[in-house]
Design a binder for this molecule. Structure first.
Ligand code: DGJ
Length: 316
């Protein structure tokens, strides 16, 4: 059973380290990519723990059933010997997402690259011939010339892919298409949710419509999620409110969105993936995975202490 918010071990019995992550389904296997935060919080000059850990890299886990995850290792490691490198441990590397490019036959990883004070605000890319890497880092960009912090990539059913990123110091969510090789951005830029400060974007499609869930901006503290609907990835986006129902609604059940996962072979079945951050000990942050219900254009996420994929069976 999924047990949201509890310790989740991999098949070696070690806590899964894949925070701010996303899942790729590829040739019958799920691959979960996320931030490896397997280190103590950094200690500041006054001896207090800071709300950060050094960058270790991007982890990958594989699974057939979404419950049992095999550790495939760190597939994009930190670069400790070059202080100027985007992936130096002293910096920020968050929210990795991987999509497969059928044209180039490459797995393309995008992630938020930043300085410790979050003023660098760029997006990095890395590529691999296999889902489990190793990924080759190809540098960072200011997408469409703008600042970029929390982000995700979304691949549409026609193969077009899009970058959604918090911009203008997070006030605006910008959306832009990726080039055919998925390594850069191209074309018009949508400015969505202007002034409403969304972070932690997750995007999916269902029955010809497009859906976005994001959080507010309160650092590592949880706040209410909000979702929106659009006729196309570039919008226009219409805000529909908080998808969470029941106790915990105002804090997304103590968590923050990171991804919405379509369950393979089950049209209309989606899993809402979120992080329950522990700012005082980030490596001990937990995962909150919950079934996401679609009813027409209405999105609902409700709490379950435990659940399995039979939650998507008819009549439940
Ligand atoms: C909220 C973001 O969603 C996280 O990915 C991380 O950047 C924290 N802020 C840092 O405070």
């Amino acid at each position: 059973m999924f047990k949201p918010g509890t310790l989740w071990n991999d098949t070696d019995g070690r806590p899964i380290q894949a925070h701010g992550g996303g899942v790729l389904f590829d040739r019958g296997t799920y691959y979960w990519f996320g931030e490896n935060k397997d280190a103590p919080n950094v200690v500041g000059v006054d001896g207090a723990f800071l709300a950060r850990v050094d960058v270790r890299g991007v982890s990958c886990y594989s699974s057939q059933d979404l419950l049992h995850w095999k550790n495939e290792g760190i597939v994009l490691p930190a670069v400790p010997d070059d202080p100027a490198h985007d992936l130096h441990p002293s910096r920020v590397a968050e929210r990795p997402k991987v999509i497969y490019n059928a044209r180039t036959k490459q797995y393309v990883l995008w992630l938020h690259i930043d300085s410790p004070d979050y003023t660098y605000a760029r997006t990095g890319r890395a590529v691999s011939d296999t889902p489990t890497g190793p990924y080759r880092y190809v540098g960072s960009i200011a997408p469409a010339g703008a600042d970029s912090r929390d982000m995700t990539v979304f691949q549409d059913t026609d193969g077009a892919a899009y970058l959604f990123f918090s911009s203008d110091w997070n006030k605006t969510t910008r959306i832009v298409r990726l080039t055919d090789d998925y390594l850069d951005t191209t074309g018009p830029v949508t400015e969505a949710f202007a002034g409403s400060s969304r972070e932690a974007p997750a995007v999916w499609t269902h029955e010809g419509r497009y859906y976005f869930i994001g959080s507010g901006c309160t650092g590592w503290a949880a706040n209410a999620a909000e979702y929106a609907v659009a006729p196309a990835p570039l919008g226009p986006w219409e805000v529909r409110g908080n998808p969470c129902v029941g106790p915990g609604t105002e804090t997304t059940f103590g968590a923050q969105s990171t991804f919405v996962l379509p369950v393979a072979g089950r049209p209309g079945a989606f899993v809402f993936l979120a992080d329950r951050w522990n700012a005082d000990d980030l490596q001990a942050s937990r995962y909150v995975w919950l079934p996401l219900e679609m009813d027409g254009e209405k999105v609902t996420v409700r709490w379950w202490d435990e659940w399995d994929l039979s939650a998507f069976d008819d009549g439940r």
